[in-house]
Design a protein around this ligand. Sequence first.
Ligand code: APR
Ligand code: PHB
Length: 393
Amino acid sequence: MRTQVAIVGAGPAGLLLSHLLHRQGIASVVLESRDREYVEHRQRAGMLEQGTTDVLRDSGVGDRLDREGLVHHGLELRFGGAGHRIPLYELTGRTVTIYAQTEIVKDLVARRLADGGDVRFEAPVLEVDPSGPGVTFRQDGRTHVLECDYIAGCDGFHGVSRPAVPGLRTYSREYPFAWLGVLADVPPSTDELIYANHDRGFALHSLRSPKVSRLYLQVSPDEDLAAWPDERIWSELAARFATDDGWTLREGPITDKAITPMRSFVAEPMRHDRLFLAGDAAHIVPPTGAKGLNLAVSDVTLLARAFAERYASGSESLLDDYSRACLKRVWRAEHFSYWMTTLLHVDPQADDFARRLQRSHLEYVTSSRAAAASLAENYVGLPLTGANDPAGT
Ligand code: APR
Ligand code: PHB
């Protein structure tokens, strides 16, 4: 069994890479340990940078995104009982789009299959050999070897690809809190996302559609979901979003409830021999800046370009520059995600001095155009091409 690029993992990174390669006439096989139903329904984030929607649209998988995605021109930071709008579009000329990651995955799976793509579910990879190169996987009770020119490790944080890189350097940070996320069948109580800082902890009001709200609460990392019946979730959300002018939160049936740990993590380099890491396999950000999915998309966009150059001209110059080019963008997003997280969450260890500094920081970001513009340009996403990213120019 042989292909040009063996792709481990059918999350957004692996599926989009396979789709982009197909458009360049490059063959790939995607191997995914879970079944299709599971992959298409796990709840993840849903805020897309304009650069991400451009990649999806330009590669022909943006039809439903254009119909159902909700374009946002601003966001709200809420603290001290009042809301403060950050006008993203006015400050940057760019917008963001709310469209759930699960929907992107469904669109990509459907498109790969319609294009005759080889996407195998319930086919866990046991081992990757970066030098062979090849991957060993299980399917239908048998062990197979897929030989290839290159391997793309798109198998997320717990995958097998990253451990196959010798001499990897890792950097990480754990946070003293987690997010309890809920989906609720209730029209959103806001048109734009609300990021709230409150003495009781952080809360985020996001949405999925005009009829479905997505809400998050800061909780402790060892929180027990059983301690959070629906009534407690609604009353805690209402307390953290409360304003002095009597804003109200609409309540409705909760259809999904989960706790997500928060961590920052980067592995360097993102390449070893013929193996290239992309997405969560190489880096994790806390969800406050909504960068995880967007980084996965920018990684595989650069990787697809590099493979296109390699197969068109034989040159490996973009492949050789892949890790450096990605890590530059990754570290910017790492810093921004850390910064948004510490700006908005309540650190249980913080003393009064730290709390007063945090309040001053929030007041600065919401009153200085320069400070708001800095938040905005990072939030909407720095361009993939340009001075920040010489490999993309
Ligand atoms: N063999 C095959 N597939 C595997 C293996 C393995 N050994 N190990 C993991 N996988 C699969 C997982 O089941 C998952 O479907 O790899 C896929 C990785 O997908 P994601 O975790 O979604 O990672 P990625 O595609 O990089 O997308 C990053 O997902 O976690 C969010 O916030 C993150 O939005 C970001 C995005
Ligand atoms: C989401 O809609 O799930 C979402 C939005 C913004 C974030 C994180 C999650 O910062």
